[in-house]
Design a protein around this ligand. Structure first.
Ligand code: ADP
Ligand code: TRP
Length: 331
């Protein structure tokens, strides 16, 4: 029996380079050796996206992004979280095994509370129960499908650890291996992709390079990367330059050496470094963008791929829920 790889992405905006290198490309590579189950976490997105048109659009956008990046729906079970009602049945059961204190310690919830405190607001202002119980829903996504590994960026490791914790509690309670314990999976080099400002690239920081931006938009973004006031003549340090840090993900080893040497030698201005970055980024993104444009134009096909995926996914989900209900005495 092959091991199972599973991951999900929330449709909360357009995909960016961080999602691509941190999660999508790894997941696609892993789908060659594992039984792969990848999904669009649309109920997770509902916590923050309340405009129905935007949510519907982002669900298809993220799906088209996965397909453009090379996900093969013949090989991967590809579905929407919302099409698997067992997710929500399992969530309710897992709630009974999840310590409230565990949720209090979740990074995303804590950050939202801290932000409120800093702004002199009520600590719970604007925090819905969906955000508070987010890790339980995510645990259900993972445990439902017997995942062995979950490829994600480093920011998600706490959620996977909480999933392990909840699964252990269930298994210990019934003295049986009912739920499979998953492991987070990421490569050190791509665990945290930096954004245009050097911080972690994230939709919420406004520092992201969208995967499918037009050439014009891409160029504009790159030209706007903030730089220091060093003159053209001055030697520059590649290690502290966000332009160079991003360049590494797109350039060959030889290209990286060449640009690093030019940085150190002096005589190269920031504008030039940005041109070099644009060239390698666009080299990778151009074919992706073209595939995306074709795929997103055919929403009927996207919807039918996701519906077929849900059909393959449900029997697995039903079996997990049945196992737990039986163990729990709710048969
Ligand atoms: P964002 O932080 O932009 O909202 P998401 O939370 O939707 O991104 O992330 C979707 C997936 O992409 C997750 O597996 C996440 O860990 C990964 N990811 C997001 N940003 C990065 C990044 N800068 N570096 C590496 N992986 C990332
Ligand atoms: N929490 C993940 C994120 O913010 C998305 C997600 C939801 C997920 N359920 C998952 C990732 C299950 C991996 C496995 O990016």
């Amino acid at each position: 029996m092959k091991k199972v790889v599973l991951t999900g992405i929330k449709p909360t905006g357009t995909l960016h380079i961080g999602n691509y290198f941190g999660a999508i490309t790894q997941a696609i590579r892993l789908s060659q050796d594992y039984d792969a189950r990848y999904f669009i976490a649309d109920y997770h997105a509902l916590n923050t996206v309340k405009d129905p048109r935007i949510l519907a659009q982002d669900i298809r956008g993220v799906a088209a992004g996965w397909l453009a990046a090379g996900l093969d729906p013949e090989r991967v079970i590809f579905y929407r979280q919302s099409a698997i009602p067992e997710t929500f049945e399992l969530t309710t059961m897992l709630m009974a095994f999840t310590a409230k204190g565990l949720m209090n310690r979740a990074h995303a919830y804590k950050a939202a509370v801290q932000e409120n405190v800093e702004q002199n607001r009520d600590p719970d202002a604007g925090i819905n129960m969906g955000l508070y119980t987010y890790p339980v829903l995510m645990a259900a996504d993972i445990l439902l499908f017997d995942a062995d590994i979950v490829p994600v960026g480093r920011d998600q490791t706490q959620h996977i650890e909480m999933t392990q914790d909840i699964a252990h509690t269930v298994n210990t309670c019934y003295a049986e291996e009912i739920l499979r314990i998953p492991q987070p999976f990421f490569r050190e080099e791509t665990a945290v992709i930096p954004g245009l400002d050097g911080r972690k690239m994230s939709k919420s920081y406004g520092n992201a390079i969208p995967l499918f931006a037009s050439e014009q938009a891409l160029k504009k973004l790159i030209m706007r990367i903030p730089t220091n006031s060093q003159t053209v003549e001055e030697p520059k340090d590649p290690a502290t330059s966000s332009i160079y840090q991003l360049y590494r993900y797109f350039a060959t080893a030889e290209e990286q050496q060449t640009l690093a040497a030019r940085y150190r030698a002096g005589g190269m201005g920031w504008g030039h470094a940005k041109e070099e970055l644009y060239a390698v980024v666009n080299r990778l993104l151009k074919p992706l963008r073209e595939r995306y444009t074709d795929i997103i134009a055919d929403t009927v096909r996207i919807d039918s791929i996701l519906a077929e995926g849900a059909e393959k996914a449900r029997p697995i989900a039903i079996a997990t829920v049945r196992r737990l209900r039986k163990a729990a005495g709710i048969d």
